[in-house]
Design a protein around this ligand. Structure first.
Ligand code: UDP
Length: 338
C-alpha cells in the first residue's frame, strides 16, 4: 500500500513515534514531525520528513503548522511518559499532557482534520482484575500518567461526538526492540526502562540491574510484562487509518504473552552471551504484578499480528542497535549531524 497522504506526527523524534515515522515514509506518506526535542532526538527523524521544532503548548506554532500543511491525519505521540515521575509530579502530567493534547485536538478540529491516532497506555488498567486485559477491562489508571492518557481518550471521545474527529486510541503494553534497519532504537534520558537498562548492565555500562521487588505473586516473584516490538506497534498505527473513515476505535496492543523481570534478564544473557549482575531492591510504587494484553480485537478487525513476537529477537534487535550506537543518538554520527 502506498499513499500520497500528508500526516502530522507529534513526538515523531521519540521512541515509538520515530518508528511510526519510518513505517509511514516506507508506505509513501508525506510526513511532518512536530517535536520539542526535550525527550526526542533530531537524529531520529529522517531527512525525508519535514521537521517543526515546537511544543504543543505553543498554540501559535500549532496554528502555523496546520496552516502550512493540509493534513489527512494526525498521529499523536508527544507526551511525558514516565509512570514513576508522574507519581512524584502528578500536576506536570495531569496538566501538561492534557493541555497540550487539547490544543492539538482543537487545532485539528479547526483545520478540518478528520482522523487522529493516539498513543495510549496499558497503565489505564492499573491493577487488573483479570488477565489477559481486553478493551472491556475496568479502567482505573495506575498513575497520573495513565490518568492523563485516559483524560485525553475522553477528550477524543467528545471530539468525535461533537466535531466528527475520528480517533484510534492504542493502548501499548511494553514497547521494546529496535528497527531492523539499524537506524532507530530506544534512547531515553534518563533511561528507566527495563530492557535498555539490562542491556547496559550486560555491556558493563552499569554495575548491575536492580530488580524492583521479587515478592510479587508471580512464578518467580518478579513482575510480569507483555513486551511488544516497537515496529509491530507502528504497523498497528497504519492499519487503523482506513477504519477511521467509518468510526473511532480503541485497541490494546501486546503479544499476549508475559515475561518476568528475571526472564528478561535470562534472555539478555542468552542473546548477548554476557553475564548480567543483578541486585534485588524494593518494589517500585505503582507497579502491578502482571500486565498481559489481549489483542484479539485488533487481530479480528484488522488482521494485525505481531511480526516480531519472540522475546530473544526483540532483545537481540535492541542489543544490536546499542552495540552500533553506544551513546545512542548522541554518538559521533548524530553529533556531526547537529
Ligand atoms: N524494572 C526493574 N528494574 C529496573 C526497571 C524496571 O525491575 O531498573 C521492572 C519494573 O518494575 C517493571 C518491569 O521491569 O515490572 C518493566 O518496567 P519498565 O519501566 O520497563 O516498563 P513499565 O512496565 O513500567 O511500563
Amino acid at each position: 500500500m502506498t499513499s500520497s497522504q500528508t500526516v502530522l506526527v507529534t513526538g515523531g523524534a521519540g521512541y515509538v513515534g520515530s518508528h511510526c515515522v519510518a513505517e509511514l515514509l516506507e508506505r509513501g506518506f508525506n510526513v511532518v514531525v512536530l517535536d520539542n526535542l526535550r525527550q526526542g532526538h533530531r537524529a531520529a527523524v529522517p531527512a525525508e520528513a519535514a521537521f517543526v521544532e515546537a511544543d504543543l503548548a505553543d498554540t501559535e506554532a500549532l496554528k502555523r503548522t496546520f496552516a502550512e500543511w493540509k493534513f489527512d491525519a494526525v498521529f499523536h505521540f508527544a507526551a511525558l511518559s514516565l509512570v514513576g515521575e508522574s507519581m512524584r509530579n502528578p500536576h506536570a502530567y495531569l496538566h501538561g499532557n492534557t493541555v497540550t493534547s487539547l490544543n492539538l485536538i482543537q487545532a485539528a478540529v479547526q483545520a478540518g482534520v478528520g482522523k487522529m491516532v493516539f498513543s495510549s497506555t496499558a497503565n489505564l488498567f492499573g491493577m487488573p482484575e483479570r488477565l489477559p486485559i481486553d478493551e472491556d477491562a475496568t479502567i482505573d489508571p495506575g498513575s497520573p500518567y495513565g490518568e492523563s492518557k485516559y483524560m485525553i481518550e475522553r477528550a477524543l471521545h467528545w471530539a468525535d461526538r461533537c466535531h466528527g474527529l475520528r480517533s484510534a486510541c492504542l493502548r501499548y503494553f511494553n514497547a521494546a526492540g529496535a528497527h531492523p534497519n539499524g537506524l532507530l532504537g530506544e534512547d531515553h534520558y534518563p533511561e528507566t526502562h527495563l530492557i535498555p537498562l539490562v542491556l547496559d548492565a550486560a555491556a558493563g555500562k552499569r554495575p548491575h540491574i536492580e530488580i524492583f521487588g521479587d515478592d510479587y505473586p508471580t512464578h518467580d516473584g518478579t513482575c510480569v510484562r507483555d513486551y511488544i516490538h516497537v515496529c509491530d506497534l507502528a504497523d498497528a498505527h497504519l492499519r487503523v487509518l482506513p477504519l477511521l473513515e467509518e468510526r473511532s476505535v480503541r485497541y490494546n496492543l501486546g503479544n499476549g504473552k508475559g515475561y518476568s523481570v528475571r526472564e528478561v534478564i535470562e534472555a539478555t544473557e542468552r542473546v548477548t552471551g554476557r553475564k548480567v549482575p543483578v541486585k534485588v531492591g524494593p518494589r517500585r510504587a505503582g507497579d502491578p504484578a502482571v500486565l498481559i494484553a489481549s489483542s484479539e480485537r485488533i487481530r479480528k478487525d484488522l488482521g494485525w499480528e505481531p511480526r516480531f513476537p519472540d522475546l530473544d529477537s526483540i532483545i537481540g534487535g535492541a542489543w544490536a542497535w546499542r552495540q552500533r550506537n553506544p551513546q545512542g543518538y548522541r554518538g559521533p554520527a548524530a553529533l556531526a549531524a547537529e
